[in-house]
Design a protein around this ligand. Structure first.
Ligand SMILES: Cc1cc2nc3c(=O)[nH]c(=O)nc-3n(C[C@H](O)[C@H](O)[C@H](O)COP(=O)(O)OP(=O)(O)OC[C@H]3O[C@@H](n4cnc5c(N)ncnc54)[C@H](O)[C@@H]3O)c2cc1C
Length: 340
């Protein structure tokens, strides 16, 4: 059976960052990704805070445009504008590819079109192609429905389901537009500009999934001539919104660490998880090299615990009843009430 020091499951931002860090620290790293190429198909609205540069460094061709502000539309009210909201709109596939290229340069063996079928209780990874791998440490960076997480009993039980279309954008725009409404239960709508196109999407609680299409059609038609009628692409996916999970466990002798969405690090209110995925991935790579899982858990709690707990609280408050406009504002990061 093939052996590695570190086996990384998934090559999204968390897995690529983890593979790079563990390889830089001298580990023999094998990373498996079921997709045939990095980041494709894209399942993302592609916004990141400008601060991500501190973690990721040079983004080269992965940035599509800059964002300077946020406009929040509560029900039919005029927009509330937050001027100081610097961010970047990514080409998410190029971003994921950039991180994978760095992992490969660091010495990680990154394999695409390779799907984990199951992890045995002893920590052996059985692949769909019939092969098997064993490692001293497994990093589960395999997204919101992580099999690694399931194997150690850390499961994202609260999810948001999303649907997103890409549409032509008729006028240049440098804000992220957010749509809050009692008609978008458990989530919100968004319009994020990318040059001459925009990502228009919505997320809701899974029980309301059937309403996603009409919600999105209503948002689309409500934008009038700001956007074209054509649908250039459609995507979607699940976002974990239940907050931080216990990010490690053991399968026999094998240490299992979780990073990114697998660890429940997406923000329960905004759904943003790219920056946390990259940061937690790097820390998981470090912990895989030094074997200190408790320190890894502590670092995640220090870095993300308070923000995730607040967002979870706000989300649960919103879910308690049909929200008023005041409740919608209290449940969104642009408003001081959110932070009180
Ligand atoms: C519609 C939508 C819009 C979003 N918009 C934003 C946004 O604008 N900004 C933001 O910050 N976040 C956004 N997010 C969240 C963000 O995409 C995630 O938080 C981020 O991708 C998490 O990175 P990750 O590496 O943990 O997981 P992922 O990016 O999900 O990567 C996990 C990888 O594991 C692979 N994998 C899974 N199972 C297996 C298996 N059995 N074998 C092999 N490989 C496997 C998957 O193919 C995938 O490539 C959005 C999410 C969705 C669904």
């Amino acid at each position: 059976m093939e052996q590695a020091d570190v086996l990384v499951l998934g090559l999204g931002p968390a897995g690529a960052a983890a593979a790079a860090e563990a390889a830089r620290r001298g580990c023999k790293v094998v990373a498996l990704e079921r997709k045939r190429e990095p980041g494709l198909p894209v399942q993302c609205a592609e916004f990141v805070p400008a601060m991500i540069g501190l973690e990721v460094g040079e983004l080269n061709g992965a940035v599509r445009q800059r964002i300077s502000s946020m406009a929040t539309f509560v029900e039919e009210d005029a927009a509330d504008r937050q001027a100081d909201f610097p961010g970047l709109m990514l080409d998410r596939a190029a971003f994921d590819a950039l991180l994978v290229a760095r992992a490969v340069r660091a010495g990680a063996d990154c394999r695409f079109g390779r799907q984990l079928q199951r992890l045995t209780p002893e920590g052996v990874a059985k692949l769909r192609d019939g092969t098997a791998l064993r490692a001293r440490c497994i990093i589960g960076a395999d997204g919101p429905r992580s099999q690694a997480g399931r194997a150690i009993g850390s499961v994202n039980t609260e999810l948001v389901e999303t649907r997103q279309v890409t549409v032509p954008l008729r006028r240049a725009h440098a804000a992220t537009d957010i749509f809050l409404s009692a008609d978008i239960p458990g989530g919100y709508g968004w319009l994020f500009p990318k040059g001459d196109v925009a990502n228009l999407g919505a997320g809701v609680s899974p029980s309301r999934r059937a309403r996603l299409k009409p919600i999105l059609e209503k948002l689309h038609s409500g934008l009038g001539d700001r956007v074209g009628k054509e649908i250039l692409a459609t995507t979607g996916g699940a976002i974990p919104v239940g907050g931080l999970l216990r990010p490690w466990g053991r399968l026999g002798e094998t240490l299992v660490l979780l990073a990114g969405d697998a660890a429940g690090l997406a923000n329960p209110v905004t759904g943003a998880g790219i920056a946390a995925a990259v940061q937690s991935g790097r820390l998981a790579g470090e912990a895989a090299a030094n074997g200190d899982a408790a320190a890894y858990q502590e670092e995640l709690e220090d870095l993300f615990g308070a923000a995730l707990a607040r967002a979870l609280r706000r989300r649960r408050e919103l879910m308690e009843q049909v929200p008023t406009k005041a409740a919608l504002r209290r449940g969104w990061i642009a408003y001081p009430e959110y932070w009180q």
